[in-house]
Design a binder for this molecule. Structure first.
Ligand code: GUN
Ligand code: FE
Length: 429
């Protein structure tokens, strides 16, 4: 049969812990069972109860001293920046000039793109990340390479070709027309092919003319199920530059709003310095923010105001933002996320953290019910964490007396070493 089951400690989320009570936000089974049928979740619950309902010949794999969770969802990452992580000494705009643009030039070559995509996706899977919203480069070949490799691995991935036609090197520049035509061709070829989806990807307002942003809006009208993926209000110098470049706009978000780029499938990376009226607008359009703490610390951009996003009911996912981010691991990202909130004087609970890394990401990507938790019919992309993979985690977990404490320790001390197995559509990779 197509049925398989996994037994062990199981945790998944049903709602945002900040919206319902913490206890109502998750399901936790100390001795749980996850039942998979033909790559989809059939059931989750207490092992002893569920096993009675299953035919005796279903193979049950047992995982001890660990936690079975939905795969992590990285809502903002640049695959082409995989090999330039930890580039020294600059904040955003100089970092782009000195390191990022030269690196991205290499992706005119399809074979280079495929090699880096292989590396990137194996790093993601090792870290327990099963879905990501991914920036390509300006070259259509970069997206061709990425989707080709992601398709071979049967992954649910979203990617797009960067649109940028100003304030960047000439050999990294497209035009309003070529950006539109290349995006359209990629959408026609790849969007909704297997588990792949396309994101229209203007780099950020400074590198796009108003005409190019308007053309991106036209693509969204022509293809209502594609995503919009860009950067927003990351760095103070960047924000000042945007107000010089777009004097007629009422702030950074409004530049995108005027080109009709906000909506249910729009994801804006960072949003570190947002005004209340911008949060209000993100909320009423159902747009999402990707919270990227390792990147915000690494580039010295600032500490994201999660409390403000909660007050305005803005969808938030978590992102690594590799290569400005410093780790592929969403657990490491949670560790630094916690510290950014401490610096603000706010508490980030482990429930909210692990929610952001899973169901919160799925909601930000408008994929609730498809990925992010173990509700019936969801795609069975899941991971097994191992508390005993490192001595420190092992001793620390053993003295935990509550689930809250245990999940907090996991979110602080966890990294890719604690990911024992990653399963895609039920199959271990
Ligand atoms: N803003 C525009 N491009 C980028 C990029 O590549 N990385 C980050 N972190 N911010 C950006
Ligand atoms: Fe980024």
């Amino acid at each position: 049969t197509g049925r398989k089951a996994y037994r062990g400690e199981v945790l998944h989320f049903l709602a945002d812990p900040a919206k319902v009570s913490e206890e109502e936000s998750y399901q936790y089974f100390e001795d749980g069972l996850l039942v998979i049928n033909h790559g989809l979740v059939e059931a989750v619950g207490n092992a002893k109860d569920l096993l009675k309902t299953l035919p005796a010949d279903v193979v049950v794999t047992q995982y001890d001293n660990g936690l079975i969770m939905p795969g992590f969802i990285d809502t903002h990452v640049h695959y082409a920046q995989s090999e330039m992580v930890a580039s020294y000494g600059e904040q955003l705009l100089e970092w782009l000039e000195n390191y990022t643009f030269p690196e991205e030039k290499k992706f005119a070559d399809l074979e280079h793109g495929k090699r880096v995509a292989e590396f990137f996706l194996s790093q993601l899977l090792d870290a327990g990340t099963t879905t990501a919203l991914v920036f390509g480069t300006v070259h259509k070949e970069s997206v061709e390479a990425f989707f080709t490799v992601a398709q071979q691995k049967k992954l649910r991935m979203i990617c797009g070709k960067v649109l940028m036609n100003q304030n960047c090197p000439d050999d990294l520049s497209d035009t309003v027309e070529s950006g539109y035509a290349d995006s359209k061709a990629l959408i026609e070829k790849w969007h909704n092919t297997d588990r792949l989806q396309y994101a229209v990807t203007p780099r950020f307002a400074p590198t796009c003319s108003t005409e190019q942003l308007n053309k991106a809006g036209e693509l969204l009208k022509e293809y209502p199920s594609v995503y919009l993926h860009t950067h927003l209000s990351e760095n103070k110098d960047e924000i000042a530059w945007v107000s010089e470049l777009f004097p007629d706009s009422d702030g950074y978000l409004d530049v995108y709003d005027k080109s009709s780029l906000l909506g249910r499938r729009s994801v804006f990376a960072h949003g570190v310095h947002l005004h209340d009226h911008e949060c209000q607008r993100l909320s009423e359009t159902n747009s999402a923010i990707a919270f990227c703490p390792t990147s915000n610390l690494f580039l010295g951009s600032g500490c994201f105001n999660l409390k403000q996003a909660e007050e305005f009911d803005v969808n938030v996912g978590l992102g690594t933002d590799i290569g400005a981010g410093s780790s592929f691991s969403m657990l490491t990202t949670l560790n630094e996320g916690y510290k950014t909130q401490q610096l603000r004087g706010d508490k980030l609970s482990p429930y909210k953290s692990l929610y952001l890394a899973t169901l919160g990401g799925a909601i930000a990507l408008d994929l609730e019910g498809t990925i992010g938790n173990f509700i019936q019919g969801a795609e069975a992309d899941f991971i097994v964490l191992d508390y005993q993979a490192t001595p420190l985690m092992d001793v620390r977990i053993k003295r935990c007396t509550t689930l809250t404490e245990k999940l907090f320790v996991l979110s602080m001390l966890g990294d890719d070493r604690h990911v024992k197995a990653t399963h895609i559509m039920g199959e271990k990779v």
